[in-house]
Design a protein around this ligand. Structure first.
Ligand SMILES: O=P(O)(O)OC[C@H]1O[C@H](OP(=O)(O)OP(=O)(O)O)[C@H](O)[C@@H]1O
Ligand SMILES: O=C(O)c1cc(=O)[nH]c(=O)[nH]1
Length: 220
């Protein structure tokens, strides 16, 4: 159901040109009529507001029951930093954050992890933009497992695209749960976006495109 909070988040993404409609190709090679580009957030206020949306979901689901948050390069990096700030400011949940470099650095401090140094036994949450086919999370898990014996418990994303992963009939989110034991929490889903569009006459032309895409790739 499209709650007022979900509607507000969809309008926030659209006002920042983050949620766009047109012809795009996903990392997994799917031709999609909509795309979420969190790289389009550009101002302090947008960043601060974005952090608040995620922080409210973290507070409501896991609260302070985690030890650190991880933002996968690249787009997870500003997400994790803004969420950590909002959690501390709004809820007094002051937790460390860390992120990776896609290419290891061979001078100075070296390595591929920046920020907090994870410890064995840490419960880690991941802050990301979207999950489509689940490739990115499968790239992220070995990076985390190489740091320490951490337990990744939850993952927070802007949009759950509800798309099939590697196994017919299963979403990437289901697979992530089964393979890694990670619970995925999304601010909105593709169904929320579709419902939002259906409420507004000016977006009527997008509905057949969304429906065709959802029929091809989504599992509900
Ligand atoms: O579930 P998937 O099919 O993997 O697709 C979703 C991921 O793909 C993109 O990341 P990308 O690897 O392009 O990294 P970026 O943050 O550097 O843009 C996007 O930011 C998601 O994280
Ligand atoms: O699947 C992807 O590559 C993808 C989808 C999307 O909506 N946004 C994004 O940054 N990547």
């Amino acid at each position: 159901m499209l709650t007022a909070a979900k509607k507000e988040f969809i309008e926030f993404m659209m006002s920042a040109d983050v949620l766009r409609f047109g012809d795009f190709t996903t990392k997994s090679g799917r031709k999609t009529p909509y795309f979420v580009n969190t790289g389009n957030y550009k101002t302090g206020l947008q960043n601060s507001r974005l952090g608040e949306f995620y922080a409210a979901l973290v507070k409501e689901t896991v609260g302070d029951q985690f030890d650190a948050m991880f933002g996968p390069a690249y787009k997870g990096i500003p997400l994790a930093t803004s969420v950590s700030g909002a959690l501390a400011r709004n809820y007094g949940i002051d937790k460390p954050f860390f992120f990776n470099r896609k290419e290891a650095k061979d001078h100075g401090e070296g390595g591929n992890i920046v920020g907090y140094k994870p410890q064995d036994g840490d419960r880690v949450i991941i802050i990301e933009d979207v999950i489509t086919a689940g490739t990115a999370i499968r790239e992220t898990m070995p990076v985390l497992q190489a740091c320490a014996d951490v337990k990744v418990t939850d993952m927070f994303i802007s949009v759950n695209r509800c798309e099939v992963g590697q196994t017919p009939g299963k979403t990437a989110v289901m697979e992530v749960g089964e393979e890694f034991g990670i619970k995925v929490h999304a601010l909105v889903t593709v169904q929320d976006i579709r419902e939002y569009l259906a409420d507004k006459e000016e977006y009527a032309h997008l509905l057949p495109l969304m429906d065709a895409y959802m029929k091809q790739y989504c599992v509900f």
